[in-house]
Design a binder for this molecule. Structure first.
Ligand code: TXA
Ligand code: MG
Length: 311
């Protein structure tokens, strides 16, 4: 076992924070049963305390520790897409305290699909842990980090010497997980992601709702979110000196700074947040982005870009 990994597990057990890679974005983790440790996540992020946290586990066998009355369709989703970029909202057990759920009776659970992240979770569990609470490892309202360096930029000033950042390279998916509310008789998508409505249908034979009515249930889904310092403008013509993000088949207008030219929607998702960050580090004031079309991960890209333009 890698000594960095064992050190990180030790830090979690002692109540410190460990930022770790997942396939979506980096998370800022703490022992999900340790109230003081979880409180430090809120402090480091500058996040309001009523915003619930996702509990990360490595194995579906631990699901019953955190959630109960799990509907059959949620089991089907779990078996189809875990480990993977999907969070299920389920009725909580007594293990999921108010400091995890923001006082709600539901808890968000995810098994991520990233080698180092999974190794951290499973070693933590092997040593007696039940799960790692982790929001995206950014300051509240900012762009989620998809590299360890981006975590450092976001949070170094708010972490202590005993907290750790595990470097697992850049995240494969690049956008946060699909959040599916599984507390009703059919699945309800609270946040779009790489697990699409079609994929949910094919696993469950149920048409998922995509209502925004549950925005209050997930306060992190505030209208303005995922925002860089630069102003984000969608589907318009950039001016001289502006940043520009679009699929590679779209040409860069004269005098415009190209921030990313992904070849397809998957690559668009993967590079988007890094492109927004590079706009800020180059002190670009305005970023233009072309919304991708399609019903694959393009839906999640449109969701995030629309919110980051909504600042
Ligand atoms: O991909 C991801 O989901 C990443 C990685 C680290 O796993 N995590 C992440 O966490 O994006 P966070 O906290 O930045 O966003 C999770 C969203 C928040 O809007 C939160 O309010 C919502 O999920 N959420 C968490 N638990 C919930 C619950 N019990 N009910 C409703 N919404 C919940
Ligand atoms: Mg977040």
């Amino acid at each position: 076992m890698h000594s960095l990994l064992l050190g990180a597990v030790e830090a979690l057990k002692r109540g410190y924070l460990v930022a770790f890679p997942t396939e979506t974005v980096y998370g800022l983790g703490a022992d999900a049963t340790n109230e003081n440790a979880v409180n430090r996540i809120y402090k480091a992020k500058g996040r309001p305390a009523d915003h619930p946290l996702i509990v990360h586990i490595s194995n579906i066998n631990l699901l019953g520790k955190w959630a109960k009355d799990i509907p059959e369709y949620a089991i089907k989703l779990a078996r189809s897409y875990w480990p993977g970029p999907m969070t299920l909202i389920l009725p909580r057990t007594d293990l999921a305290k108010d400091f995890i759920t923001g006082g709600q009776n539901n808890v968000g659970i995810r098994i991520p699909n990233q080698t180092l992240g999974l190794a951290l979770l499973s070693e933590f569990e092997k040593q007696g842990g039940f799960g790692v609470a982790a929001p995206s490892a950014n300051r509240f309202g900012a762009v989620s980090p998809t590299t360890a360096a981006a975590v450092e930029t976001e949070l170094a000033a708010y972490l202590s010497g005993a907290d750790q950042i595990l470097d697992g390279g850049s995240c494969e998916v690049g956008l946060e997980s699909t959040i599916i509310d599984c507390t009703g008789s059919t699945p309800n998508i609270l946040r779009p992601g790489a697990i699409t409505p079609q994929m949910i249908f094919s696993a469950t034979n149920l048409e998922p709702a995509t209502t925004n009515a549950l925005i209050i249930k997930a306060p992190g889904l505030l209208e303005s979110h995922y925002s860089p310092k630069a102003k984000v403008i969608l589907d318009q013509t950039p001016n001289h000196g502006d940043g520009f993000i679009a699929l590679s088949n779209i040409k860069t207008p004269e005098g415009v700074i190209r921030l990313a030219s992904p070849k397809n929607n998957e690559e668009y998702a993967k590079v988007l947040y890094q492109a927004l960050r590079s706009a800020d580090s180059q002190q670009i004031k305005v970023v233009h982005a072309q919304l991708p079309i399609g019903n694959d991960i393009a839906g999640a890209i449109r969701d995030r870009l629309t919110k980051s333009a909504n600042r």
